[in-house]
Design a protein. Structure first.
Length: 441
C-alpha cells in the first residue's frame, strides 16, 4: 500500500491511500473459505456450493469489508507514525468515478491540522489586576443585614419608611416576574419610595425602571433582567405587595458573634467588622482573579493570530453527534464554537510553551483543598486526614468529576502563569468600582 500526504495549505491536507490486490487478497480468501460451509445457493446442498459460486455471491461484499478494514487500520497507524496533530477526524472524500473493480483502489481523506503558532505573554497590554477592598459603606451595610437577618421581623399593616417589603416585580411583555424583598432605601429617588408609603398587602405599585437604583446592575438582582438589557432600561413594572415587615435589629452581642463565627472567634463590633472585611476581600480576590484570567484570555484570543481549517471543520461538524447537521446548521455551530476552540489551542500552547504539566498529585492536592474548604463551610473544621482522603478517593473515582477538577487545576496554573508573565497593572478599587469595571463601564 502506498500512503502519502498532500499539503493544501498550512492547516489542510489530504491523505491519499492506494490499495492493491496484495493488500487484501489473503484475508478475502480466508473469509471465502470460512463462508463455504455456510453458503446456501439454490440447487446445491448447504456446504456443497462450488467455490466460484460462493465468490460470485459473497465476494464483492467481503472484498469491500476487508479493504475498508485495511484502509481504516492503515490510516490510524499512518496518523500515529506521522505524529499528526489533528482537529476533528479524517473525512473520506467522495469520488464519483471510484470503482471496486479497478486494479488500484484509491482512497482520499481530508484532514485539518492544529496550526503552528507561538503566544507572547510579554506583549504590551492594558490588562489590570484589581485589588478589591471592602469600604466602610459595604461593611456597615453587611452589619445591618446581619442584624436584620437574625432580628425579629415585625409584621406591619402598611408600608413605612423603614419597612422591608416582599412582593413580585412583573412586566408580562418583557418576561419579568420575580419575587424579592426590598427596602425603600434602595430606591435612588425618594419620590419612588414615597409611592409605597401607606400601601398594604395586595396593593400594586407601578414604577419605572429608569434610574430606579443607584446602579443599574441592581436590576439584575431584583428584576432578574439580563446584563445586556439593564443599561438605560425604561419600562414600567408592577410591584405586587405580598408582605410588609419591619426588622427589629438583633443586638450585636457575644451570643450573635458566636452564632455567626463559632465560640470566641469574634468578641466586639470592631472585630466583627474586621472579620466581615477579611471574608469579603477574600471573596473579592477570587472574583478579581477570575476577571484577570478572563481578560488575559480575551487579550490572547484577540492578539494571537493563526488560521484554522474552517471549511474542513464545518464539514466535520455535519458528521459528528447523534444528529447530522445541515451545512447551514454546521455554519452556525462553527461560529458559536470557534472562539472556544481558539482558546483551547492557546491554553494548550501556553502550558506546553512554559513546560507546565498537570500531574495526578496536582489533581489530588487540589481536590483535597476543595474538600477541606467545603467541610469547613458545614462546620467540620478539623476533619481527620483519613476522612478527607476517603472523600477524595471517591470523588476521583468519578471520571466526570476528574474532568471538571482537571479543568479547574489547569485554570489555576494558567492564572499563576498569567500573573507572572502578563505583567498586568495593579489597581486598588472598591467593590462597586470593580463591578463597574467588570461590566466594561
Amino acid at each position: 500500500m502506498d500512503i502519502k500526504r498532500v499539503a493544501l495549505d498550512a492547516v489542510n491536507e489530504t491523505i491519499v491511500m492506494t490499495v492493491v490486490h496484495m493488500d487484501y487478497k489473503g484475508q478475502v480468501a480466508k473469509r471465502i473459505n470460512e463462508k463455504m460451509p455456510l453458503a446456501t445457493v439454490k440447487g446445491f446442498r448447504k456446504g456443497a456450493v462450488p467455490k466460484d459460486l460462493v465468490e460470485k455471491q459473497y465476494g464483492k461484499a467481503i472484498k469491500q469489508e476487508e479493504v475498508q478494514k485495511v484502509v481504516d487500520l492503515a490510516l490510524e497507524r499512518f496518523v500515529q507514525s506521522e505524529r499528526l496533530n489533528l482537529l476533528g477526524t479524517p473525512l473520506a472524500k467522495v469520488n464519483e468515478n471510484f470503482s471496486w473493480e479497478a486494479e488500484e483502489l484509491v482512497f482520499e481523506y481530508e484532514i485539518g491540522l492544529v496550526p503552528t503558532f507561538e503566544i507572547d505573554l510579554d506583549a504590551k497590554n492594558n490588562i489590570v489586576k484589581y485589588i478589591v477592598s471592602a469600604d466602610d459603606k459595604l461593611i456597615e451595610g453587611q452589619v445591618t443585614r446581619i442584624q436584620k437577618q437574625f432580628g425579629n421581623p415585625i409584621t406591619q399593616e402598611a408600608v413605612e419608611a423603614e419597612s422591608d417589603i416582599t412582593g413580585t416585580f412583573s412586566n408580562e411583555a418583557e418576561g419579568i416576574n420575580n419575587t424579592t424583598t426590598i427596602a425603600l432605601s434602595l430606591f435612588k429617588d425618594k419620590a419612588t419610595a414615597d409611592k409605597f408609603i401607606g400601601k398594604k398587602v395586595g396593593d400594586v405599585v407601578t414604577i419605572n425602571t429608569k434610574g430606579l437604583f443607584e446602579d443599574d446592575h441592581q436590576l439584575m438582582d431584583y428584576l432578574k433582567v439580563g446584563h445586556d438589557n439593564v443599561h438605560g432600561l425604561e419600562i414600567d413594572v408592577d410591584f405586587t405587595i405580598e408582605a410588609i415587615n419591619r426588622a427589629e435589629l438583633a443586638e450585636l452581642n457575644q451570643e450573635l458573634f458566636d452564632k455567626l463565627f463559632g465560640s470566641g472567634t469574634v468578641a466586639s463590633l470592631e472585630e466583627l467588622k474586621a472579620k466581615i472585611k477579611e471574608d469579603a476581600e477574600s471573596q473579592f480576590a477570587q472574583q478579581a482573579d477570575q476577571k484577570l484570567l478572563g481578560d488575559v484570555t480575551e487579550f490572547l484570543i484577540e492578539n494571537t493570530k493563526f488560521d484554522l481549517p474552517a471549511e474542513f471543520l464545518k464539514k466535520w461538524l455535519q458528521t459528528v453527534g447523534e444528529k447530522q447537521l445541515s451545512p447551514a446548521e454546521a455554519e452556525v455551530e462553527y461560529a458559536r464554537s470557534e472562539k472556544g476552540l481558539r482558546f483551547q489551542l492557546i491554553e494548550g500552547k501556553a502550558l506546553s510553551q512554559n513546560d507546565i504539566k498537570i500531574t495526578f498529585e496536582d489533581l489530588k492536592s487540589f481536590t483535597t483543598k476543595n474538600i477541606r474548604q467545603q467541610m469547613a463551610q458545614f462546620g467540620q473544621t478539623n476533619p481527620t486526614d483519613e476522612e478527607v482522603q476517603g472523600i477524595v478517593a471517591r470523588v476521583l473515582a468519578n471520571q466526570d468529576e476528574v474532568k471538571r477538577l482537571s479543568d479547574q487545576v489547569v485554570a489555576e496554573k494558567l492564572l499563576e502563569l498569567f500573573k507572572e508573565k502578563a505583567n498586568p497593572t495593579t489597581k486598588e478599587v472598591t467593590y462597586d468600582q470593580f463591578i463597574a469595571a467588570s461590566y466594561g463601564e
